[in-house]
Write a protein that binds this ligand. Structure first.
Ligand SMILES: Nc1nc2c(ncn2[C@@H]2O[C@H](COP(=O)(O)OP(=O)(O)OP(=O)(O)O)[C@@H](O)[C@H]2O)c(=O)[nH]1
Ligand SMILES: [Mg+2]
Length: 418
């Protein structure tokens, strides 16, 4: 490569010089106006064109691809440094430029990748961000969590090494108030609501079993008369546990049915699974719930439900003034991030999580740490199980269940076959 400057009065004249000396393939690197003067006197405007042309290797250092090679290429006085050293210098500069451009390109590509991967998350936090996003936490929420961690002056490396820090931070924003408690005096009515098949009847039986094992006076009421087998399902649990089951067909009957059990400490009300998308059905559920005058309304959410649906379920069932959330089917999922998005926006406390079909074992009182653990790790394995039903069943003397054919039932399967 040969690089040379040409000065002339006009661009056209300068270009002619370029063509003459470097050939038609010459490349113009720069054009600028300058001033020409004789011994520093009478300066006048001139044009300076810097052009380059390829050197043909092996032509003795003289050649460039230009057809009109000219002696003007030679520096005044001849000898060294000649055009070949000019060319070598230019080539080495170009090579160095190429290397710099390649390096810059790769840096820009990395930055672009990071910004797409983590959308502005500082690279040091990207491992934590990815963990959250992989668990199904929304990108914006994952960034909020990171922001909160940084505000606690926690180093990202420490958070990666000690996952407990992330769990604790998430637990801060999750509410859990444990399970149903006995009333201090009188009667407590607890109603379970939720979409179809989420585990209402099974969970009701699990919770009631815990109270029975403590020798408490319990009754069941069901308002689920829509599904043929629904009453049978709860009736079988009631039979095994030696409990009374009241079936009500309208909200008007509800108060009377509950009134018939004023001697019971706990009345558990099962409702029909209804679609949150049907406003008429939501109003119906609301009418039944209102007629119970319940102390607590627990909404059941399945861990297998996607975020948009969870949001909609929570919003639509809120027509009933929800006191607690029960997270069901935890055993069927490993991705709890969507739940986090929902409960951050609706901080209703959790009461239980259910972990399988076995009645009464597969239920635990919820804690913020357990829910946070699920969100971060996708599993409860690391958490010591302190399931209320299983604990109370194993430690308290069994009452009605001892007389039943089996202390463990699989909801909807064994119960219906019992
Ligand atoms: N894997 C798993 N299955 C569960 C759990 N809880 C309930 N189930 C199962 O889910 C199915 C539906 O349970 P139900 O208790 O009948 O649900 P529901 O909400 O009362 O249903 P509808 O009354 O029809 O709305 C049954 O097969 C249960 O055994 C759980 O925690 N884990
Ligand atoms: Mg049911």
């Amino acid at each position: 490569m040969k690089v040379k400057k040409f000065t002339a009065d006009t661009v056209q004249q300068a270009m002619e010089q370029v063509k003459r000396e470097l050939g038609v393939d010459a490349v113009i690197l720069q054009t600028r106006t300058t001033s020409k003067s004789l011994f520093g006197l009478f300066p006048r405007r001139a044009v300076e064109v810097t052009a380059a042309a390829d050197v043909v290797i092996g032509d003795g250092g003289m050649g460039q691809r230009s057809r009109d090679n000219s002696p003007a290429d030679q520096p005044a006085g001849g000898g060294s440094p000649g055009p070949s050293s000019d060319g070598a210098l230019a080539v080495s500069r170009l090579e160095s430029l190429e290397q710099k451009i390649a390096k810059l390109t790769s840096t820009v590509e990395t930055l672009v990748d990071q910004s797409f991967d983590s959308r502005g998350v500082a690279p040091a936090w990207s491992a934590v961000h990815r963990q959250l996003v992989d668990s199904g936490v929304e990108d914006a929420l994952a960034r909020d969590v990171i922001e909160e961690l940084s505000q606690l002056s926690l180093e990202p490396e420490r958070v990666v090494a000690e996952e407990r820090l992330l769990v604790d931070s998430i637990a801060e924003s999750i509410r859990a108030e444990g399970g149903v408690r006995l009333p201090e005096d009188g009667q407590k009515v607890v109603v379970l609501i939720g979409p179809t098949g989420v585990g209402k009847t099974t969970t009701l039986a699990k919770i009631a079993a815990g109270f029975l094992q403590q020798g408490r006076r319990v009754a069941f009421v069901t308002a689920d008369t829509y599904r043929l087998a629904a009453v049978d399902q709860l009736q079988k649990y009631a039979d095994i546990m030696g409990l009374c089951l009241e079936t009500v067909y309208s909200p008007e009957e509800m108060a009377r049915a509950i009134g018939r059990h004023s001697d019971k400490e706990m009345v558990f009300v099962d409702t029909a699974g209804r679609s949150q998308r049907d406003l008429g059905q939501m109003e119906e559920v609301q009418a039944f719930v209102a007629a119970c005058q319940p102390a607590e309304v627990h909404l059941l959410l399945s861990a297998t439900t996607k975020r948009e649906d969870l949001e909609e379920i929570l919003e639509r069932f809120s027509i009933c003034a929800i006191d607690r959330l029960i997270l069901t089917k935890v055993d069927e999922s490993t991705c709890f991030g969507p739940l986090y998005s929902v409960v951050r926006k609706n901080p209703i406390p959790f009461s239980y999580i259910t972990t399988g079909q076995n009645v009464p074992e597969d239920i635990e009182e919820a804690t913020s740490e357990k829910i946070a653990e699920l969100i971060c790790r996708g599993t409860l394995e690391a958490v010591a199980s302190d399931g209320i039903a299983s604990t109370s069943l194993r430690t308290e003397p069994s009452t009605s269940l001892e007389a039943g054919p089996s202390t463990t039932l699989r909801a909807g399967v064994d119960a219906q076959d019992a």
